[in-house]
Design a protein around this ligand. Structure first.
Ligand code: 2P0
Length: 327
């Protein structure tokens, strides 16, 4: 009862920030993302009858909080399989964890795929997306590659809150240039940040109400391969999310000075006619999304911004998959 799986993080263009149900981790609105190909999480799951408890090691470390979240997702898969056997879980990322690079997205997508393989459940991608969502909302999207849309759903049981693929990575290749402006762990986790936003930001309701229209624009832009339109709606979604968080009490500020300097640099590139746009998640890193032929120029420009510690480049990639064991 063993399998290994791999998944990549995704970058949301239309952001997810808010829940309609905490217990089932149901998003308050839909979202839309691109799955990356250059950053990976590899996870092995080994169900072992001799274990008294799940044994979870992520990047060589045991963390009780992480173990609890992993155990909760494993419980759902165990219930499907009708077993109580505990598991040994080993997961490694080849990129910085907890720095706004969505390690929970690739982590829970890889976990769901590996546990499904180890138990031989034969669940399809939609079911895996629902299970991955229970671990982390953004993980539901990393089950799929390329351009992906997450549905908020309306059902109380969450069975209609899953991601679906919109377009293959190879059909419209883009490059994401990631400017790392800090390697420090973020000040406030997504979960606490979402709860505080919902409770205290005067703009939370307007933010959630604005998402369906942004999703429609992004969907149309992707169908038409309209970079300019995708750029405009993605930047608007990112800035609206952060604006709403700035209005929380106390304010939630994920950016540092270098984050804003990178954004200004990208705006200057745009003024020069470079096909690039920015997006920023729950952390200070800046993701510059560009057409592949602009990537080298964009990377050089961001490397020159004072305070940028590292620049990573990634194309778009595939969804979660089993590497070893049953698929
Ligand atoms: C996103 N982020 O759409 C948004 C934009 C960060 C900013 O999804 O509570 O770690 O585990 O469901 O998935 C981060 O949220 O939150 C996130 P949980 P998750 O990518």
């Amino acid at each position: 009862m063993y399998a290994a799986a791999e998944a990549q993080p995704n970058v949301a263009l239309i952001k997810y920030w808010g829940k309609r149900n905490d217990a089932l981790n149901l998003p308050a609105a839909g979202s839309l993302s691109i799955t990356l190909d250059a950053l990976h999480t590899q996870t092995t799951v080994h169900f072992d009858a001799t274990l008294a408890d799940d044994d979870v090691v992520v990047n060589g470390k045991r963390d009780p909080d992480q173990a609890r979240r992993v155990g909760a997702v494993l419980d759902l898969l165990r219930a499907r399989a009708g077993i109580a056997t505990r598991a040994r879980v080993r997961s490694t990322n080849d990129f910085p964890t907890s720095a706004g690079l969505a390690s929970s997205a690739s982590g829970f997508a890889a976990l769901a795929a590996a546990a499904n393989g180890a138990l031989g459940l034969g669940l399809d991608a939609r079911e895996l997306s629902i299970l991955a969502r229970r671990g982390s909302g953004s993980a539901a999207r990393s089950i799929f590659g390329g351009y992906v849309e997450m549905a908020a759903g309306t059902r109380d049981d969450g069975e209609d809150a899953f991601a679906s693929p919109l377009l293959d990575a190879s059909t419209w290749p883009l490059t994401v240039v990631i400017a790392i402006t800090s390697h420090a762990p973020k000040a406030i986790g997504s979960r606490a940040g979402m709860r505080a936003s919902q409770r205290t930001s005067r703009y939370y309701g307007d933010w959630i109400a604005s998402v369906p229209n942004d999703l429609a624009i992004a969907r149309a832009a992707i169908a038409a391969r309209d970079f300019e339109q995708l750029a405009a709606v993605s930047e608007a979604s990112c800035l609206a999310m952060h604006a709403m968080m700035l209005a929380a009490h106390p304010a939630i500020i994920y950016w540092n000075g270098t984050t804003l300097d990178c954004i200004q640099r990208i705006r200057a590139l745009q003024a020069d006619g470079v096909n690039v746009f920015f997006t920023v998640d729950a952390g200070p890193q800046v993701k510059a999304v560009c057409l592949p032929d602009a990537a080298a120029h964009v990377a050089d420009a961001l490397r020159e911004v004072a305070g940028v510690e590292d620049v990573l480049l990634s194309g778009l990639g595939d969804g979660a998959r089993v590497l070893e064991g049953r698929a």
